[in-house]
Design a protein around this ligand. Structure first.
Ligand code: PEP
Ligand code: MG
Length: 325
């Protein structure tokens, strides 16, 4: 069984009827990018840069960041590396930033909100990422975007960082793709407007579920409510993928739903383009995707959209998987 799964690492993830998806990995350090291709990853779909910030006792300089991002880009040898800008706050603290105590940290001063407030910090990171773009196929992604104003401000700062580097004669590559995470329901609902402006979406189901169902992702007591098969979550995901398709953009997913074999028929049916997961999940997902038919999955999705509860959704997918082993 292990050997059979090994062979799937090298397979392209294409359904029986020719729908191809990109299988990517989530990483937290550039070292994790080394050897990813052998594990079957065609890209890095989420590089969580906050770990670089959390591992130091002071703010990592532009230079230190540049070295880390370049290392990741080079390790992937021209394959895409989606670098997420600092996603700190909420559960993740940074002592040297002196963040305020908050009553609702997950609804508070975090991620892109903090970066738009601390522009010098944000610009240093954007400059480091853009410089790393000269050494591979780098893309930028902003976390926790809730509305178009935030996106436009963040994109404007990306452009400012680029202008600065050009004016200084620093080595940079071609303009890179800039996209957003969809992990807040307001952004998922506005996907049709975002799709006109962003280069791509990546759906962060870990937070999207938390905010959509109002269920703390770390609270064991209510974890029975935490379910990405909730019909409301499925509707939001569908809205995002449809919007990106209508505007010729692509949608990825980097929350843990992307690595769940049970979710695979649903995500194929919805037409998700890039799936980013822990590298240990890759073989299994490739094995399943290559055995699915997009058309059958689309019919499954039509049925799922008629259902009322996560339990009903899971049962319908289970039945489908038994018929299409
Ligand atoms: C997510 O929210 O789904 C996500 C991928 O980001 P994180 O788990 O780092 O919040
Ligand atoms: Mg998140």
């Amino acid at each position: 069984e292990q050997e059979r799964l090994m062979a799937y690492a090298e397979l392209a993830a294409v359904t029986k009827d020719g729908f191809g998806i990109e299988i990517a990995a989530n990483i937290g350090t550039p070292q994790e990018a080394v050897g990813l291709a052998e594990k079957g990853a065609e890209a890095v779909g989420l590089y969580r840069t906050e770990f670089l910030f959390m591992s130091e006792s002071q703010m990592p300089s532009e230079e230190v960041q540049f070295e880390a991002y370049r290392q990741a880009a080079e390790a992937m040898q021209g394959r895409p590396v989606v670098i997420r800008t600092l996603d700190i706050g909420g559960d993740k603290e940074l002592p040297y930033l002196d963040l305020p105590e908050e009553l609702n940290p997950f609804l508070g001063y975090r991620a892109v909100r903090l970066c738009l407030d601390r522009k010098e910090l944000f610009l240093a990171q954007l400059r480091a990422i853009i410089r790393a773009g000269a050494y591979g196929n780098v893309k930028i992604m902003f976390p926790m975007i809730s509305g178009l104003d935030e996106w436009r401000q963040a994109k404007g700062l990306y452009e400012e960082a680029r202008r600065q580097l050009i004016a200084e004669g620093v080595k940079i590559g071609e303009p890179i793709e800039v996209g957003i995470m969809i992990e807040i329901p307001s952004a998922a609902l506005m996907a049709d407007r975002f799709a006109k402006e962003v280069d791509f979406f990546s759906i962060g189901t870990n937070d999207l579920v938390q905010y959509t169902i109002a269920v703390d992702r770390m609270n064991e007591k209510i974890s029975y409510l935490y379910d990405y098969f909730h019909p409301a979550v499925i509707r939001l995901i569908k809205n995002v993928i449809d919007a990106s398709n209508n505007h010729g953009k692509w949608t990825g997913m980097c929350g843990s739903m992307a690595g769940d074999p049970i979710a695979a028929p649903l995500l194929v049916g919805l037409g998700l383009n890039e799936w980013s997961m822990s590298s240990s999940a890759i073989r299994r997902i490739k094995q399943i995707v290559t055995q699915l038919e997009r058309s059958a999955c689309e019919q499954l999705v039509d049925r799922l959209l008629e259902l009322d509860t996560p339990t009903e959704v899971r049962a319908e997918i289970d039945a489908f998987l038994k018929q299409h082993p």
